[in-house]
Design a protein around this ligand. Sequence first.
Ligand code: PBG
Length: 325
Amino acid sequence: MAFPITRLRRLRYDKILRNMVSETHLSVNDLVYPLFVCPGEGVKKPISSMPGNYQMSIDVLVETCKLAVSKGVKSILLFGIPESKDEHGHVGCSHNGIVQQALRAIKTEIEDIQLIADVCNCEYTTHGHCGTIVDGDVDNDLTIETLAKQAVSLAEAGADVIAPSDMMDGRVGRIRTALDEAGYIKTPIMSYAAKYASGFYGPFREAAESAPQFGDRSTYQMNPANSDEALREVAADIEEGADIVMVKPALSYLDVIYRIKNEFKMPTAAYNVSGEFSMVKAAGEKNWIDEQRVMMEVLLSIKRAGADIIITYHALDAADILNNN
Ligand code: PBG
């Protein structure tokens, strides 16, 4: 039916009706809040390029988790800044590693929370790359051994979900086998399946002190030009046992989220990464955009593209808005 019988604006005049015919809904249940834990006590060190985010010692971290849960954000993604680093990232596999300690502390103090542990070596290696260096490049098959150890150690410490972010080939399968052999058959893997070599990770590397000391990550993370390859990455991870697949970053890759959700119909996560967050914050601080409005629009667009789960530094601010509606 054409105009004037059809008038698409008819459904837009009334707010209640607008909400009723809204096709996409954001919920606090969709949100995962990333946090950075460091050694010490009473430490809450601001991350300058990510306003409102901090490196936190375990005591402060536990309080922040309680605050998140009180707002309905019950899923936390943990990153660690260790006391010391080594060439292979072995400190990340230690029973007394910073993230392992944090997991135990949160689990003792908070019941209704889900802890996702990022699995990667870049926070734990002296050179800042995501694995063991052989002949100037990250050695795939040596690295997945360290990752498997780290994953088991994190599961032992209380991680509810294991999230490998390294982009080595075969790591999901290797981690799945290691978890199963250690008895963690019920622990899901959320794989960073399509993770791009992106400039949007800049602020995170300040936060996690994980910038590569030479070269970049383009021999292991994906080329931003590719999306067919993203489907192959996701297919491989599902084949190897991934329970949830992730696209990262989110905003410049909404097409990839859309294709992956359509093709695989898997639980799909998207990481609204540090640079995406910081751009909104910076423009908001200058009053060049309405920060809260843009934040909600960004999160909604990621959901509309097909993501079921959104990992975002905006989680608590978004929860405040969602809880008030
Ligand atoms: C570790 C890792 C990174 C991010 C999450 N896990 C950084 C990187 O790959 O360099 C980035 C997250 C963000 O920018 O918010 N490999």
